[in-house]
Design a protein around this ligand. Structure first.
Ligand SMILES: NC(=O)c1ccc[n+]([C@@H]2O[C@H](COP(=O)([O-])OP(=O)(O)OC[C@H]3O[C@@H](n4cnc5c(N)ncnc54)[C@H](O)[C@@H]3O)[C@@H](O)[C@H]2O)c1
Ligand SMILES: O=P(O)(O)OC[C@H](O)CO
Length: 333
């Protein structure tokens, strides 16, 4: 039987553990808080992140990373991106020689501008064939209700991607394989930033033309960055690109979208942060994405506008006006 360790008992780690268990894997779910771990084991629910959802029997929670990783074929990482490096440094010595590390995270590390698989390879000292990504339109509350969804499992080694695909394939979760790790990761990280921009437009009361414009030009920015970093441009018209962008930018379930709505309605950054209980990765990653783009000579005006609002305190309506005042251009260049 396939054994999986899932690190993170939050909004996505918990339903992903559910997917793996429903697909027939034995799952050990690591959490840092003993009270929550005990509650999960005692009640087979995670009342803090997935209230009202019964977890399958194949999941056992633990606070001990060594217990979680014992005999694990896959170690699935679902903690906030900016905490990965520090957490993984503690877990890496406990990894088996063949354990494949799977990133569910959609962020870019601040300062180093590294993708999560780059951080994983560096900290765990593993090759590209032992690192995979799962990314797609996967709003956790819908998956927890077992509503049909698809996703992409990407690994440089297609055979590894196929093994992971099998490990997380259920009647409600349909994973497709891809070998474009860079494209899948960038699609996930940058759509969060575009989700913030579309949320702001929503919050300002702007309509569907504005939102469609931000999404489409946002996808052009994602693709431009991806191509500069060696991704396959076709990845961005797939589930990890356009698919995830559509889900995030249109759903009130998206934390990034909701964060943007609150800013667009006139809440201050402090008020918005206080109102956000879970991880909205784009809030930090907008800065690292812009940094990554600048280091590679890629222009990302929507991402820059989001940074201006979120980190430089400019009002959303002012940055929207600036975006519209940019010089006229051909659609493709
Ligand atoms: N929620 C979704 O719908 C969804 C879907 C796809 C991908 N993701 C991605 O999954 C990743 C995790 O997001 P989430 O939605 O589960 O977030 P979350 O805020 O719901 O949960 C984060 C989990 O990490 C734990 N955590 C927080 N800080 C930590 C630290 N310093 N050390 C160790 N653990 C820590 C929290 O206790 C919690 O269990 C993000 O990168 C997100 O973009 C989320
Ligand atoms: O809630 P968000 O904004 O982190 O989005 C969740 C997922 O990434 C959607 O695929």
């Amino acid at each position: 039987m396939t054994r999986c360790a899932v690190f993170g008992t939050g909004s996505w780690g918990t339903p992903f553990a559910m997917i793996l268990a429903d697909a027939g894997c034995e799952v050990s779910l690591w959490g840092r808080r003993k009270e929550l771990v005990d509650t999960i084991n005692a009640t087979r629910t995670n009342p803090e992140y997935l209230p009202g959802i019964e977890l399958p029997e194949g999941i056992t929670a633990t606070t001990d990373p060594a217990v979680a990783l014992a005999g694990a074929d896959f170690a699935v990482l679902a903690v906030p991106s900016q905490t990965l490096r520090q957490n993984l440094a503690a877990w890496a010595p406990l990894l088996g020689e063949r354990t494949v590390l799977v990133s569910l995270m959609k962020g870019i590390e601040l300062g180093t501008v590294k993708r999560m698989t780059e951080v994983i390879r560096e900290v765990a000292g593993v090759g590209a064939d032992r690192v995979a990504v799962v990314s797609g339109p996967n709003l956790a509350p819908e998956i927890a209700k077992r509503q049909p969804a698809a996703s992409v499992v990407a690994c440089a080694d297609e055979k590894v991607a196929q093994r992971l695909q099998q490990a997380c394939h259920t009647p409600y979760f349909r994973p497709y394989t891809n070998t474009d790790v860079i494209g899948c990761e960038l699609g996930g990280a940058v759509k969060n930033v575009i989700g913030l921009a579309v949320g702001m437009a929503d919050g300002m009361g702007l309509g569907d033309n504005t939102k469609a414009t931000l999404m489409t030009r946002g996808l052009a920015e994602i693709t431009r960055l991806g191509v500069a970093l060696g991704a396959d441009p076709l990845t961005f018209s797939g589930l990890a690109g356009m698919g995830d962008l559509v889900a995030t930018c249109s759903s009130p379930l998206s934390r990034n979208h909701t964060f943007g709505v609150n800013l667009g309605r006139g809440m201050t950054l402090e008020q918005t942060i206080a109102a956000t209980k879970q991880t909205a990765e784009g809030v930090k990653s907008c800065e690292s994405v812009l940094d990554l783009a600048r280091r590679n000579g890629v222009e990302m005006p929507i991402v820059a506008a989001v940074v201006d609002v979120v980190h430089n305190g400019r009002p959303p309506h002012a940055v929207m006006k600036d975006l519209m005042a940019r010089s006229a251009k051909p659609e493709r260049r």
